[in-house]
Write a protein that binds this ligand. Structure first.
Ligand code: SF4
Length: 698
């Protein structure tokens, strides 16, 4: 930590990692970020976790891309691991003009042969431009981003049942609650600053009900810990709701005033007795009854969930249950109540809001609605585009294998690490005849690129981002991009010009002004206002309203203002453990590393704290396998094999193994199951049958 003598300037911006959206002050000396402090943003009140505080120096790493690169004619095969210090064997430097011309030439006029992956790490303006380029430039909706891999099923269920994909209340509302459920989320590792509010809530006597197949740090603060069997969410939640119905604990007045389909839900729940469901979920009937009484008896209660809920083939059903639980007890729309899917990346909420999805234009307006498309075409000054929903992330890569998609533009995403059954994804990338990758490092995906466009890190650009609380916040540049690297929006505009789209934007502020024309969510929020105030929550009711942190107090944005109950059935995971693959593999993040590791593994403090790929198993399982902590295990699924160091962790059930997905040398997604939820099209990252054995070198 430095003092005022240690820096030349300080710039306020937003942490680039998780969806909490902590506001930070970047302390700059000699055009380098020297250190970071938390400032008084509404989501963090000065707090930061280890990533926000110490994870910034990747922006000055010598692996940064500083020049546009073009694949050499005599380069070795696509996909081979390119040493960032020795890329010359694969690529040659190019001018911006040459690289942009070549990038555009490989896409121009190719219509449905082109698809795009944008990024939740980019700003709202950059996400908006990206989806606009695909729709306006190629006439279809084959554009998506990593929301497909994190909360797509939650968003589907929320839109289906309450008419909006955002949270109904900020996580800070927990201070007004007396009961809170945290299910399928591990905030102490993945949303650490939010977790501090959850701990304070428990400390002042709030009842914290934690539901997670894996033990976790919040267990110590919980009133109830339900370590249920992986994949058994629906049976557990339906049993809890069964008790609420059976004992008449529901809020009939609220149900009558604000919901529909209650009688069907009530009838559906009849069979889900705690005694029967206990056999599936592994939680004792008395515990299920106690949780039902505690939640239904609360004056105000909230539900938080994460990817343990969403990343299943029944992820949408899991979310439907949580929505039904909140509706039947009237726990929406008041202080201390609400539904809150904790969003993963720092701008996954904003990128989704900005239309970076194949079925929705900005503000979740359907691509199938003629009036909506025409409103966008009018603003864009271009013709109509397809009224068919586009392909999702995994469908796009399947279409590459089928030979239907041949050219891709990938901005800031790393599907060669992040997609399920990643060898299938890598094979698809290798098959493309034209791949443009825009990023700040030579990622695993860039190994397959024909053209690489060097982009900017968060501390090098202007733009707005939207956190899990629906808070639109202003990011500001503190240092210049290295070498010839450029801001992402600038690169998009230059590419669009070469695609003949006639874009003339000269700043992100201009893009934001255009977004407002067809995004009611941004009413009363302007660039100038964000410059002045740093943050405004949407919806904002007037130019001076800081925004509504709680919504749906007087009905829902659905027909007749009513939310809907959608009954959910128990569906088993796509593959079950058997004699050949007897254990359960689950994947996720660790506190110190972020997603595919491209940034945090180049952050010196974080890398020093967690330098090595690892997996966690219960000590009794390790004993049975004859492996000491620190020994090497071989994990094998129907997709592939990885060897990885073992850790002993009592929080992991004896039949499970937990594998973080940040490490390229033991890429978790070599093992994961690509089966998807039928509605949200999200893969089942949280459950695969796996064989675990001692590796030969152990
Ligand atoms: Fe950054 Fe999230 Fe940590 Fe806040 S909690 S500092 S947003 S990683």
């Amino acid at each position: 930590v430095g003092d005022s003598k240690d820096f030349d300037s300080e710039v306020e911006s937003i942490c680039p990692f998780c969806g909490v959206g902590c506001q930070i002050s970047l302390k700059v000396k000699d055009n380098k970020v020297k250190y970071v402090e938390g400032i008084n943003g509404p989501a963090n009140e000065g707090r930061l976790c280890v990533k926000g505080r110490f994870g910034f120096d990747y922006i000055h790493h010598d692996h940064r891309l500083t020049k546009p690169l073009i694949r050499r004619d005599d380069a070795p095969a696509k996909g081979l691991n390119v040493d960032p210090g020795n890329w010359q064997e694969f690529f040659r430097e190019a001018t911006w003009d040459e690289a942009l011309d070549m990038a555009a030439d490989g896409m121009k006029g190719r219509g449905r042969e082109v698809a795009g992956f944008g990024s939740a790490k980019c700003t709202n303006e950059e996400a908006y431009l990206f989806q606009k380029m695909i729709r306006q430039g190629f006439g279809h909706n084959n554009v998506d981003h990593c929301t497909r891999l994190c909360h797509a099923s939650s968003v589907f269920a929320l839109i289906e049942n309450i008419g909006s994909g955002g949270v109904s209340a900020s996580f800070n509302e927990i201070e007004n609650a007396d009961v809170a459920i945290v299910i399928g989320a591990n905030p102490a590792e993945n949303h650490p600053v939010a977790a501090t509010y959850f701990k304070q809530f428990a400390k002042r006597g709030g009842k914290l009900i934690v539901m997670d197949p894996r033990g976790q740090a919040l267990k110590r603060h919980s009133s109830h810990m339900l370590q249920f069997r992986p994949g058994a969410d629906v049976s557990m939640l339906n049993a809890i709701m069964h008790v609420i119905v059976e004992e008449g604990l529901y809020d009939q007045q609220y149900i009558d005033a604000y919901t529909e389909n209650w009688e069907a839900e009530k009838a559906h729940l009849t069979d889900f007795t705690p005694e029967k469901m206990s056999e599936i979920c592994g939680i004792a009937p008395e515990m299920l009854r106690d949780v039902a009484r505690t939640f239904a008896g609360a004056k105000s209660a909230m539900i938080f969930w994460g990817m343990g809920v969403s990343q299943h083939i029944h992820g949408t059903d899991n979310s439907r249950c949580l929505i039904s639980l909140a509706l039947m007890t009237g726990q929406v729309g008041r202080p201390g109540t609400g539904l809150h899917p904790l969003r993963g990346q720092n701008n996954v909420q904003g990128a989704s809001d900005a239309g970076l999805m194949p079925m929705f234009l900005p503000d979740y307006q359907s691509v199938m609605d003629d009036g909506v498309r025409s409103a966008f075409s009018d603003v864009w000054g271009s013709g109509d585009f397809s009224n068919e929903k586009g392909l999702t992330v995994t469908e796009i890569l399947d279409a590459v294998h089928a030979g239907d998609i041949k050219s891709m533009y990938i901005l800031g995403e790393n599907p060669a690490m992040s997609d399920p059954d990643v060898e299938h994804a890598r094979d698809a990338l290798a098959k493309l005849d034209h791949l443009v990758v825009q990023d700040i490092f030579l990622t695993e995906t860039a190994n397959f690129a024909d053209v690489i466009l060097p982009a900017s890190a968060f501390a090098e650009k202007s733009g707005t981002v939207t956190n899990t609380n629906r808070q639109v916040q202003m990011g500001r540049p503190a240092v210049p991009p290295p070498g010839d690297a450029r801001e992402d929006w600038w690169i998009e505009v230059e590419l669009a010009k070469r695609l003949g789209l006639g874009w003339t934007y000269e700043s992100p502020a201009e893009v934001f002004a255009e977004m407002k024309l067809n995004m009611g969510s941004l009413n009363n929020i302007s660039w100038d206002r964000l410059e002045r105030e740093n943050v405004v929550t949407y919806p904002s009711l007037s130019p001076t309203d800081p925004g509504q942190s709680i919504v749906f107090g007087s009905g829902f944005p659905r027909v007749d203002g009513r939310a809907k109950f959608t009954p959910a059935n128990v569906i088993a995971p796509n593959e079950s453990p058997d004699a050949e693959y007897p254990m359960i593999l689950t994947t996720g993040r660790q506190l110190e590393h972020w997603h595919t590791g491209s940034m945090t593994r180049r952050a010196s403090v974080l890398d020093a704290m967690e330098p090595e790929a690892n997996c966690s198993l219960h000590p009794s399982t390790l004993r049975k396998l004859g492996v000491e902590p620190g020994g090497i295990l071989r994990l094998t699924t129907r997709r592939g094999t990885v060897d990885v160091m073992a850790r002993s962790d009592r929080a992991v059930a004896p039949d499970m193994v937990f594998l973080p997905f940040a490490y390229v040398e033991a890429a978790a997604n070599i093992l994961t199951n690509p089966a998807v939820d039928p509605y949200g099209k999200i893969p089942e990252f949280k459950f695969a049958a796996v064989r675990v054995e001692k590796a030969e070198q152990s």
